[in-house]
Write a protein that binds this ligand. Sequence first.
Ligand SMILES: Nc1ncnc2c1ncn2[C@@H]1O[C@H](COP(=O)(O)OP(=O)(O)OP(=O)(O)O)[C@@H](O)[C@H]1O
Ligand SMILES: [Mg+2]
Length: 340
Amino acid sequence: MNQLAMTESSSAAHSEDAERDNVVPEPSEQFVLTPYVEQVTQRALTYLSVGYPVHFAGPAGTGKTTLAFHVASKLGRPVTLIHGDDEFESSDLVGRDSGYRRSKLVDNYIHSVLKTEEDINTLWVENRLTTACKRGFTLIYDEFTRSRPETNNVLLSILEEKILNLPKLGRHGEGYLEVHPGFRAIFTSNPEEYVGTHKTQDALMDRLVTLRIDHYDRESEVGITRAKSGIGRSEAEVIVDLVRELREMGASRHRPTIRACIAIARVLVHLGAHARSDDSVFQAVCRDVLHTDTAKVTRQDQLVVTLKLDEVMEKVCGSKARHSRHPNGSHIQRKENEHA
Ligand SMILES: Nc1ncnc2c1ncn2[C@@H]1O[C@H](COP(=O)(O)OP(=O)(O)OP(=O)(O)O)[C@@H](O)[C@H]1O
Ligand SMILES: [Mg+2]
């Protein structure tokens, strides 16, 4: 009997992709390890080492994602990153039937007869969560409340019974998979954010150790602003103090964030301008970057951000700010030409 078996797979590449998605994180040169970061990292590592998943919850720009990567790097295992998404279904997390495997049996024992048998099996293509559970990777599930609660249900048994339920795998295997003992999970979410997020089921929240993350202390913000922009200490302090004052004044007390400090500092360094109240470029950049937080509020036909800047500049820089009432970027342009 002369048998020729051929197999075709339309989807083997997907599993390889899932493997390739994993990285072992290393801190960049710009990462700032402050006492606060160290302390939160140690707390998180304690819970993770006992086997509990950790959840960093806090407002935008408080360093949750950065912390998650830092903690993951300490675990020394490859990291699987998933971003929460409203469109996700659980199959996007664990996998799905996709493509098929076709085995062809050509029996030409009697060469006048060509007998062809085709046996088509669906193939299970695993997604990132399954790979992480199987191989014992560290899962970072960033902004997990953006996924729908029913999508995240699959995590319940993973976190508690250390079993991944794969009902659709029944045809191919046992329908469940034991989670590798090295598997760890780090979640992040922003409880202040309502648009595009879902209320998490109590059962999932109950399985996570939630560490509340708030804005960095002043010293950490100065350090991060410097590291991310290359600006000098005293100027970083002016920017950070300005942003922190505005944050305190704001209705939500969460904005502007460290991202605004970094953005202002980077632009100043780029333009060769300085964080001083008499520097018109600094004034213009502050208005542009800080605009969104107070943009719509006006008082006596002036943007409140402009008035607040006057106030805060005076406080932070110790002198009355003098600047244009018509923010149109002309200062930035002029300075750029001067440096050209
Ligand atoms: N320890 C740190 N060292 C250097 N940069 C940091 C550090 N922590 C945070 N940052 C920087 O601060 C900014 C905000 O951090 P990150 O993105 O981690 O915040 P987040 O809380 O995840 O924000 P969001 O809720 O908007 O996703 C980023 O530009 C990040 O690179
Ligand atoms: Mg984040």
